[in-house]
Design a protein around this ligand. Structure first.
Ligand code: MV4
Length: 658
């Protein structure tokens, strides 16, 4: 076994590899970019070397530097993780030439899977099932048109050197064939530098089912069952699970054996994944083979009880596979979701920024969190914005789904937008519960997956205001107004106002503290609420509904986490002015500032302490209140007006006592 390896990657996968290597007594060399100097993978490693500036091309893709560091540090092998150099034939070759073990398949196996049509030719010869189609060298238009008639419609045009669904064109009928072919060729030459096209019958509702395979250098190859990765968006996996739901043992064995045949056909060694399209009628077809450890390998680990990184290290160091096919368990059900910094409501735009608040579910036998970040880390624009993988396991799929819902509830992130709420909607979706899976799941359920929530925003607003109130009370309890720092008095109901802005809409929340709780008013809606705050946990009883939510405040932003939704409010400190006896007649601007709200009209009767107008200055808000009961004769300014210190804001007449 190696005693030192280099991990040519970053983020969660680098951490994942280090964890197993350390458990095996292997020392780890990390590499990092300038953006990752303090990253978790650097801290976990035994030593680390700077590669260069943040962009991948200048850092994690610098094969030359990485090899140099491996040699300098005495690492005997390089684990490439996924992405970056993991399927780079040249890099694998350079490693071999330098006498450093590339922890991956032989160069020839990477090469064999580089071209889709070449891969298909190999698989056809090995009798691995392929989607009926044409993947030959003759690219003559009229010849392809003839072949298209054989394949039948709808058919799919794929770039032979493409990937990730790019350059694919569905042709629904003969009349559009030539136009679509030309379009596919243009995209292929622009995208991949080669316009070779292959054609397949188009499956309209397939599932993506892939088989984890492993081979050693003694001719042994096994499958570690399947993963269903049908839930994707734009060819990015979102949820993966193992085993595939509604999959019979016969199907498992047939697909597993086909995958092993595929691996043997290219002289495979190490961890690999054979992807299949699984059609509604139970037939399956080879799509491609990934010659690396995949992102979603943990679901396989959870159902087999195996550590796949350990297997990789064993095989790469020249040892045989630790188990035979018959010894590989299949126990329970595992589900993984990918937690991303992105905005599902804005076309999944990647999000960047600081993870100002990060709470993960507790890891245990049922819950696993693979991550490369800690609180206050930055999600930078340079790399994939995946924050973590959340993996759960239980005896059945239903119970695993329940675990996942709970784990998602316990995941709380502030500072950047995330897909946590979207993931919750996915796993709570009845069609997901019913395992009605296919590659168009998200598209198909668009209306229900993105429907706006109703009730919670007001609830969140109320809770945010209560949090702010309780946070500034030293006793942090329900019924002790005399302890508060606000100068409330016994026998006088104390009232505080909060101004909270959500999505640029300003809301005012008025909280009146009473002996046994609060009356909270938002507009016309007033609710009787009791509440307590302990650190970041706010317990509230709203109309008999007892709830517990987490709240976090980072600078001016208060984030309330309800189920898996995060509600952000921008908060300006409101200071009450002009409210007490001696302040009568002082309805003048207390400083230079801006009028941000006018709450009364000329002629209106008001009560003592009622807010008439709100000003803002230096990021603080000032409520101008009626000193006594009385009448507003005139208001001299409107929202948005700039006012000078000392100008008269409101003409106010105190009520004469009867
Ligand atoms: C297909 C297909 C339907 N019929 N091939 C998409 C990426 C590439 N690896 C293969 N892909 C597909 N090939 C035939 N003959 C549908 C897809 C497909 C897909 C496959 C797996 C997971 C998600 C997908 C989303 C859209 C289309």
């Amino acid at each position: 076994m190696f005693n030192k390896i280099l991990i040519a990657n970053r983020g969660e996968i680098a951490c994942r590899v280090i964890k197993t290597a350390h458990a095996m007594g292997i020392r780890c060399v990390a590499v990092y970019s300038e953006a990752d100097a303090n990253a978790r993978h650097v801290q976990m490693a035994d030593e680390a070397y700077l590669l260069g500036p943040a962009p991948s091309k200048a850092s994690y893709l610098r094969a030359d530097k990485i090899l140099e560091i491996a040699l300098k540090s005495g690492a005997q092998a390089i684990h490439p993780g996924y992405g970056f150099l993991s399927e780079n034939e040249d890099f694998a070759k350079q490693c071999a030439d330098a006498g450093v073990v590339f922890i991956g398949p032989p160069v020839s196996a990477i090469a064999a899977m580089g071209s889709k049509s070449a891969a298909k030719a190999i698989m056809q010869d090995a009798n691995v099932p392929l989607v009926p189609g044409y993947h030959g060298d003759n690219q003559d238009e009229s010849f392809l048109a003839e072949q298209a008639e054989q394949v039948g419609y709808p058919l799919l045009l794929k770039a032979a050197y493409g990937g990730g669904g790019k350059g694919m064109k569905v042709v629904w009928q003969q009349s559009e064939f030539l136009e679509q072919l030309q379009s596919a060729k243009r995209e292929a030459i622009n995208g991949f530098g080669n316009d070779k096209i292959l054609m397949e019958r188009y499956l309209t509702k397939p599932r993506h089912v892939e088989i984890q395979v492993f081979a050693d250098n003694f001719g042994n190859a096994v499958y570690l069952h399947e993963r269903d990765c049908s839930i994707q968006r734009r060819h990015q996996k979102v949820i993966e699970e193992a085993p595939a739901p509604n999959f019979s043992n016969e199907q498992r064995r047939a697909m597993g054996e086909a995958a092993v045949t595929a691996a043997k056909a290219i002289g495979y060694a190490g961890a690999g994944t054979v992807e299949f399209l699984f059609d509604e009628d139970g037939s399956f077809y080879f799509m491609e083979m990934n010659t690396r450890l995949q992102v979603e390998h943990p679901v396989t680990e959870m159902i087999t009880g195996q550590d796949l990184v350990k297997w990789q290290l064993l095989v790469a160091s020249g040892q045989p596979l630790p188990l035979t096919q018959a010894q590989i368990p299949l126990d329970g059900h595992a589900i993984e979701v990918r937690v991303y910094a992105e905005d599902p409501d804005n076309n999944f735009l990647p999000a960047t920024g600081k993870l100002t608040y990060l709470r993960q579910p507790d890891a245990n036998r049922h819950v696993r969190v693979d991550t490369g970040v800690v609180e206050n880390d930055e999600v930078s624009p340079f790399y994939d914005p995946m924050i973590a993988k959340l993996i759960v396991w239980d005896e059945s799929r239903d119970r695993a789904i329940a675990r996942m819902r709970r784990a998602l509830d316990d995941y709380r992130i502030a500072g950047v937008k995330t897909n946590l709420n979207f993931l919750t909607r996915l796993v709570e979706h009845p069609a997901f519960a019913a395992a009605e899976l296919d590659t168009h799941f998200i598209e198909h359920h668009q209306a229900t997956l993105f429907a706006p929530e109703q009730n919670e925003p007001t609830q969140a607003l109320i809770l945010a205001a209560l949090y702010l109130l309780l946070k500034r009370q030293p006793a942090q309890s329900v019924s002790t107004p005399w302890q508060s720092a606000l100068g409330w008095r016994i026998n006088e109901s104390a009232q505080v106002e909060f101004s909270l802005t959500q999505d640029e809409v300003n809301h005012r929340v008025v909280i009146t503290q009473q002996a046994n709780g609060f009356v909270v008013c938002v507009g016309d809606l007033c609710l009787q609420i009791s509440a307590q705050l302990q650190l970041d946990e706010l317990s509230a009883n709203i109309g008999g509904h007892q709830m517990r939510v987490r709240v976090n405040q980072a600078k001016d932003t208060v984030s309330v986490f309800i189920k898996q939704q995060r509600f952000d409010f921008e908060y300006k400190t409101t200071v009450e002015v002009a409210s007490t006896e001696d302040a009568a007649g002082s309805l003048k601007a207390p400083m230079n500032g801006t009028v941000v709200a006018v709450l009364v009209k000329a002629g209106q009767l008001v009560e003592a302490g009622q807010t008439l107008l709100v000003m803002e200055a230096m990021k603080m808000e000032y409520a101008i209140k009626a000193p006594t009961a009385g009448t507003v004769n005139a208001v001299f300014y409107a929202t948005g007006d700039l006012v000078k210190d000392g100008v008269e804001l409101v003409d106010f007449a105190a009520a004469t006592e009867a």
